[in-house]
Design a protein around this ligand. Structure first.
Ligand code: 4AD
Ligand code: MG
Length: 446
């Protein structure tokens, strides 16, 4: 059955009532509308059927009374199974007791396809079962709320950088070399040679920063992580700003403003979704500037005091990050790391050559490191020494060395892992819930 284009975009068509979305029902009170969606749930008696219609923008109860619609349409309404695709025509009624504030008094029900027995029922299922059915699970309330928030976080991040004069320059996915250590590289055949899936767009953003001043990339990044923790994906999205003529403090100030701006936006626009997720709002509302800034050495002292001894020079494990973050009610920056714990491109600390000007931001509530970044070395000589010390193939970095030969400047930036950020905002147990189709060490399906 073809409908006019006019009708599809929600304007009133000549041949029927206007098409509405559940989220816009308020504009149609006491008018007849057409709703197109899927049957989320239903219950019925001999005289009345309550159809809960889901259309992607929300759900609404559609009340179908046999006395109003007649035998035939009532029988159609009762035939619809969970997730059958349906078109419902009816009158929009304001009803303060209804979940979204509105109800539909049905005049017609049309079934487009009767769904087979749906595997995801209102009873509870294990996460592994749900993840195997991720293509269907997306329709359920919880993933729906999380992924709508993810969409807003992406818009919020992009707007934040656009408003501050950053140019969006995307980085390639196929790369000739490692950026974040050779142990997590995904290698692939590339005609007669090898290529690696990008671990980070940073090196390319450094090139772009020297061309455009302030830039950011946003795209998928890949790590062959052999860890099965709740914070690790093999494919995740990273947003990476980079600024020419900037230092470590500038990077921290930018990161802090970004986090606050995006959380404010989610709090302004997603109350209902956060409620669906039963998120403790007070924990998000207290995310205000300034965030505490501590050095690696200070972090070690805190851990020591809490009975966790870490040898100087070592990176923190997930558990250490959780313990550290517990000390603070908002994200905390840890800066000035031992050189051996960080990547080859970091600028040494002029005050202490054992340290580099790198920074991590740890989220509260056990969400761990959500941002990594810092000040990059501007010195060709130092860069060369580090490429060698890290055993990296010098040929692959010729172009990157050029950035230090032609107008080198102090520059800094960071990368924020989108799924860890969204997972924290939504309060998910595992980052895999914060991406539509997660990829982990043991999941490549669906
Ligand atoms: O700390 P990382 O490795 O930093 C970089 O890649 C820098 N080159 C970024 C830059 O300065 N432009 O990764 C940055 C962030 C982490 O803080 C974390 O949020 C996320 O990326 N991340 C992961 N998220 C999910 N799964 C993984 N396996 C992740 N690895 C890193
Ligand atoms: Mg890191």
């Amino acid at each position: 059955m073809k409908r006019s284009a006019k009708e599809r975009i929600g304007l009133s068509g000549k041949d029927g009532p206007p098409k509405a979305l559940v989220e816009n029902l308020g504009e149609f009170v006491d008018r007849e509308v057409l709703l197109e969606g899927w049957l989320y749930n239903s219950r019925s008696s001999g005289k009345i059927a309550f159809l809960l219609l889901r259309d992607g923008s929300g759900t609404v109860q559609c009340v179908t009374a046999k006395a109003d619609v007649g035998e035939e349409i009532f029988a159609v309404a009762r035939q619809a199974t969970q997730e059958s695709s349906i078109r419902i025509t009816g009158m929009v009624k304001k009803d303060d007791r209804a979940p979204g504030g509105y109800e539909i008094m049905v005049s017609n029900v049309e079934i487009v396809q009767i769904a087979e027995e749906y595997p995801i029922t209102p009873k509870s299922h294990g996460t592994s079962f749900l993840m195997d059915h991720r293509h269907l699970w997306l329709r359920s309330a919880r993933p729906h709320a999380i992924l709508r928030i993810r969409s807003t976080v992406i818009h919020g991040l992009r707007d934040f950088f656009a408003d501050r004069g950053f140019t969006n320059i995307d980085a390639p996915i196929f790369t000739p070399a490692a950026c974040e250590g050779t142990s997590t590289l995904f290698e692939t055949d590339y005609f007669d040679s090898k290529a690696y899936l990008t671990q980070s767009g940073q090196l390319y953003m450094e090139a772009a920063a020297l061309a455009f001043g302030r830039v950011y990339s946003f795209g998928p990044t890949f790590r062959a992580e052999k860890s099965k923790t709740r914070r690790h994906l093999t494919e995740f999205w990273m947003l990476e700003p980079e600024m020419a003529w900037a230092d470590l403090d500038d990077a921290m100030a930018l990161a802090e403003s970004m986090i606050v701006a995006v959380i404010d936006r989610v709090l302004d626009t997603h109350m209902q979704d956060l409620e669906t997720l039963e998120r403790d709002l007070s924990k998000l509302e207290r995310i205000q500037k300034p965030f505490p800034r501590i050095t690696y050495d200070e972090a070690l002292a805190i851990l020591e005091k809490k009975g966790k001894t870490i040898e100087w020079g070592e990176d923190f494990g997930g558990e250490d990050e959780t313990v550290l973050a517990e000390e603070f009610d908002r994200p905390v920056f840890i800066h000035r790391w031992p050189k051996e714990a960080k990547a080859f491109y970091m600028d040494p600390d002029p005050e202490d050559k054992r340290l580099v000007l790198g920074v991590d931001m740890l989220a509260p509530e056990g969400y761990g490191e959500i941002i990594g970044g810092g000040q990059r070395t501007a010195s060709l000589e130092y860069l060369d020494s580090q490429i060698e010390a890290h055993g990296l193939p010098a040929e692959a970095f010729e172009w990157y060395r050029d950035l230090r030969k032609y107008g080198s400047v102090p520059h800094a930036g960071f990368g924020i892992g989108l799924e860890r950020f969204v997972g924290w905002i939504c309060g998910t147990h595992h980052v895999r819930e914060a991406i539509p189709f997660p990829r982990t060490m043991n999941r490549l399906y669906p």
